[in-house]
Design a protein. Structure first.
Length: 167
């Protein structure tokens, strides 16, 4: 998978609207600086794809604004990795899948009735932990799967499977 960063959003607190930014600092093991999840153990960044938002919009019957989903990074297209241990790289920042991002009840408040249902898996995006630090900017290249360093994501990072290092 090769795509580009379409949008970046951070929210300084829970139940606070997200703010669109042109770039954000990613800190390995901590998260995105200025975001509500910065400093949490595993939920460092959430990523979603525009094509998934388009599919959700068809179910919902109206457009889905990427900032209202409360995901941090929106890429131009997927599919996104979803299995724990799979990797993704945004510019020079390495990310590892923790889990699929489940839509929360706030979606109905921010997007309208039925939004939570429309954003159900696989459209809700993926939760990642940050393995390296760097700056993520609008337009940055996003690489995953077989395109990550020319090898399958697990092999490229020395992973045989979720969380297992190869010899």
């Amino acid at each position: 998978m090769r795509t580009r960063v379409h949008a970046i959003h951070v929210a300084p607190g829970r139940r606070v609207p997200t703010k669109a930014v042109a770039q954000v600092e990613a800190e390995a093991g901590a998260g995105l600086v200025g975001d509500r999840y910065h400093g949490t153990r595993h939920r460092h960044v959430t990523v979603q794809a525009l094509d998934d938002l388009a599919a959700a919009a068809e179910v919902l019957g109206r457009p889905v604004d990427p900032g209202l989903t409360r995901r941090n990074v929106t890429v131009e297209h997927g599919p996104l990795p979803t299995r724990p241990g799979e990797r993704l790289r945004i510019a020079d920042v390495e990310l590892e899948v923790v889990r699929i991002a489940a839509p929360c009840r706030l979606l109905d408040d921010w997007l309208g009735a039925g939004a939570m249902r429309a954003m159900r898996s696989p459209r809700g995006g993926t939760v990642f932990r940050l393995l390296s630090s760097g700056t993520i900017r609008l337009g940055d290249e996003v690489v995953g799967g077989d395109d990550l360093d020319g090898a399958p994501a697990g092999d490229a990072m020395g992973i045989d499977g979720p969380g297992r290092r190869s010899p």
